[in-house]
Write a protein that binds this ligand. Structure first.
Ligand code: B12
Ligand code: SF4
Ligand code: SF4
Length: 304
């Protein structure tokens, strides 16, 4: 995530990103897929792959950017042309701080934004504009004495309330991190092959979360409850074909195989799992080979 450094002060000064901007229109878009198998049941079965709820459907960057562009066009039809720039997950924008100041919610102890009426299963996006729109009142915080997310984190990444050590977070380790996953974290990753939701699953405010209404967030490719062995058998061509249009496509086949190898190392020792891992022992990628060897060694030692 060296891009965070590179952007310097741009992160706190959106007007440098889109010259002339004086306001940010901050928006939420719900992504919880109502059609998916319950998160808890997939997490509880170590032979299944757990994919973070936000990544079960199509890539939100495209979906949300399109929706924001439509919103900006609608606004210009009503009020005439104005200057704007649409952002979704753009590295140089502090999206949660902006959303809090726009009144959309508060930053919870797990460091995600929570809305009283929406929980936290939503994405954030912005329209930076030169329109001098009226401003909203920042949201107040409502974690209170609750700390449920902190002990729920499998890798103890929430090192203090409101403080995340990103290097420990499974979302970082399985999505952003390019190299070998540090061995100390592999057992605690469990069956989470892409991202992690545990800190949000325990958050009491998510009883107010809403289902995604956008059809692009419907579950694709049975990613809500696929068998690890089935996914590990995909060729690179199958990965490209099935994951095109998904946020998972961004990590590429090698990291995908690395992550599944770790989960297979944490799965119960069965002839099918051993055979599946053995079939990748000579994988062309040294990184995949190393994770496969680790997984096989775990089974040999009876650690799973
Ligand atoms: C880097 C990043 C990550 C990193 C680090 C996460 C983190 N908590 O910072 C990793 C890879 C670990 C990650 C994981 C996830 N991420 Co992420 N991530 C981002 C990204 C690109 C930047 C966040 C960032 O800048 N962090 C650095 C710290 C310093 O900033 P901050 O936490 O945003 O907030 C602090 C600052 O705002 C500061 N602050 C307040 N005012 C000011 C003023 C100034 C001048 C400054 C300097 C600072 C400051 O105080 C805040 C509290 O510490 C954002 C998109 C974006 N552009 O914002 C998405 C984003 C935060 N991620 C998102 C999601 C969905 C996730 C995951 C849930 C994905 C998953 N299921 O696997 C997990 C959640 C993990 C967790 N518990 O946070 C969503 C969150 C939506 C929400 N409801 O909050 C975002 C907003 C993407 C989006 N467009 O929707 N993510
Ligand atoms: S996403 Fe998972 S690993 Fe990251 S802080 Fe939340 S519970 Fe911990
Ligand atoms: S689980 Fe509790 S402490 Fe953590 S973010 Fe939710 S309300 Fe706040």
């Amino acid at each position: 995530m060296d891009y965070m450094h590179r952007h310097g002060t741009l992160r706190s000064r959106p007007q440098e990103l889109a010259p002339g901007s004086v306001r940010v229109v901050s928006v939420r878009m719900d992504y919880w897929p109502g059609d998916a198998a319950p998160a808890e049941s997939t997490l509880a079965d170590p032979t299944l792959a757990y994919v973070s709820r936000y990544a079960l459907g199509r890539d939100y960057h495209k979906v949300m950017r399109r929706a924001l562009a439509t919103l900006a066009e609608d606004m210009s039809k009503r009020i005439g042309p104005f200057g704007y720039r649409v952002c979704v997950d753009s590295a140089p924008v502090l999206e949660k701080a902006l959303a809090r100041n726009a009144g959309l919610g508060w930053i919870g102890k797990h460091t995600n934004l929570i809305g009283r009426d929406a929980g936290s299963w939503f994405f954030l996006g912005e329209i930076l504009t030169d329109l001098p729109l009226p401003t909203d009142t920042p949201a107040t915080a409502h974690c209170g004495t609750c700390q449920a997310c902190m002990p729920a984190c499998p890798t103890q990444a929430i090192i203090a309330p409101y403080r995340l050590d990103a290097r420990r977070c499974i979302a970082y380790l399985t999505i952003e991190h390019k190299g070998s996953i540090p061995e100390e974290f592999r057992p605690t990753i469990g069956n989470r092959i892409y991202g992690c939701d545990d800190c949000q699953l325990v958050c009491p405010w998510n009883k107010f979360a809403r289902m995604a209404s956008h059809p692009d967030f419907k579950t694709r490719n049975h990613l809500d409850a696929s068998r690890l062995t089935d996914l590990f058998r995909w060729s690179e061509g199958e990965f490209d074909e099935r994951m095109r249009g998904s946020p998972i496509y961004r990590i590429g086949y090698e990291r995908w195989m690395r992550n599944i190898a770790v989960a297979l190392g944490n799965a119960p020792t069965t002839p099918e799992i051993i055979q599946c891992l053995e079939s990748r022992r000579e994988h062309p990628s040294p990184m995949v080979r190393e994770h496969v060897a680790w997984a096989l060694e775990r089974h040999r030692q009876g650690a799973s």
